[in-house]
Write a protein that binds this ligand. Structure first.
Ligand code: AMP
Length: 215
């Protein structure tokens, strides 16, 4: 299966993507994680992406599309993948379509995780992520780790993403509305869009998404 996950920052894309990818035995491809890995390894790509990320802006397409394409062409992705955070604007969606068409493939579904804006801001402000695995996500109030700053799952150090500050979150939401939301209509027109209410328990949201995919 080839699936795209969309939704505002804080909708739980990373968390859901990790569970869904595991259930479906396909790789979870997160462009945000790829950028963060490049930044921590101080690669040239990471250096080019960092200022855009810190400001909460999109990294330019000429950097992003090539990086996403390289990852999708890895051997583990031949039978499918779950894209988390890509595409994030219409030109990326068009580039993805073109790439898949050339390879004789197509998307199976686009899952849109729907959450209210107030909820998103609350979720992001308290979000803490494990340095070992970005799918290990906690929240200082809603999902507090047993010991402050320590991942319950693997003992890794929990940290707050640089771009999870309130000012940057506001810009990320603005960027989401103006640049990313148009892809929802783009995929609706292709008959691929499935809207998933993303409130409630993590496992319930995963189940809703799995049920939608079975249909
Ligand atoms: P995420 O982890 O998906 O929230 O992404 C974190 C940041 O990485 C975003 O705010 C952007 O700056 C950058 N980023 C991730 N994916 C993309 C993309 N498809 N296009 C442009 N920038 C991206």
């Amino acid at each position: 299966m080839r699936i795209v996950l969309v939704g505002p920052p804080g909708a739980g894309k990373g968390t859901q993507a990790a569970f869904l990818a595991k259930n479906l035995s396909i790789p979870h491809i997160s462009t945000g994680d790829l950028f963060r890995a490049n930044i921590s390894q101080n690669t040239e790509l990471g250096q080019r992406a960092k200022a855009f990320m810190d400001a909460g802006d999109l990294v330019p397409d000429e950097i992003t599309i090539g990086m996403a394409k390289d990852r999708m062409e890895q051997p583990d992705a031949v039978n499918g993948f779950l894209l988390d955070g890509f595409p994030r604007n219409v030109s990326q969606a068009e580039a993805l379509d073109e790439m898949l068409q050339t390879a004789g493939m197509k998307l199976d579904a686009v899952l849109d995780l729907e959450v209210e804006e107030d909820e998103v801001v609350k979720r992001i402000a308290g979000r803490r992520i494990c340095r070992n695995d970005s799918a290990h996500v906690f929240h200082v109030v809603y999902a507090a780790p047993k010991a402050a700053g320590v991942c319950d799952t693997c003992g890794g150090e929990l940290y707050q993403r640089d771009d999870d500050s309130e000012a940057t979150v506001r810009n990320r939401l603005e960027v989401y509305h103006t640049q990313t939301e148009p892809i929802i209509d783009y995929y609706k027109a292709q008959g691929l869009l499935v809207t998933i209410p993303a409130l409630g328990e993590v496992a319930d949201v995963t189940q809703r998404a799995m049920d939608a995919l079975k249909k």
